[in-house]
Design a protein around this ligand. Structure first.
Ligand code: ZN
Ligand code: MN
Length: 136
């Protein structure tokens, strides 16, 4: 049992490290293929189980919008995303959280807002043919 527990811990660590090495917001399948290079015995089910656990522990984010399968983010802090509808790439949006929107919703509904999510959709700079450093 102890040995099994230790192996689980190592799997979880490798899965987390694999996810944190990339900024691409990958799918479980991508994480599985990458982590398998380090853990040849790894199964996709194990990857899903560990991703769920990491999500519960607040180590990662599961991003499930606009897609039939989830994508994962090694940065658990609330931040915004832009999804390119042409190339399906997901970008971080480095804007401060718009807390004023929460105030507006609270005023509108007389409620208490504790968090919010925001996603942007469109065509990314690369798909628009822009050269580096000239995002639209
Ligand atoms: Zn694109
Ligand atoms: Mn992100």
């Amino acid at each position: 049992m102890i040995r099994k527990g230790k192996r689980m811990t190592k799997q979880r660590r490798v899965i987390l490290e694999t996810l944190r090495r990339t900024k691409s917001h990958p799918t479980a399948d991508w994480i599985y293929k990458e982590a398998k290079k380090e853990l040849p015995d790894l199964s996709l089910g194990t990857v899903y189980r560990n991703l769920n656990k990491l999500k519960e522990e607040g180590e990662i984010l599961e991003l499930s919008f606009g897609s039939t399968f989830s994508r994962y983010d090694g940065n658990p802090e609330n931040h915004y995303h832009f999804l390119c509808l042409q190339c399906d790439r997901m970008y971080d949006v480095d804007l401060p959280l718009q807390d004023n929107l929460e105030k507006l919703v609270e005023k509108e509904l007389g409620c208490r807002v504790t968090s919010h999510r925001m996603e942007f959709y469109g065509k990314c700079g690369e798909c628009l043919g822009n050269t580096k450093n000239t995002m639209p």
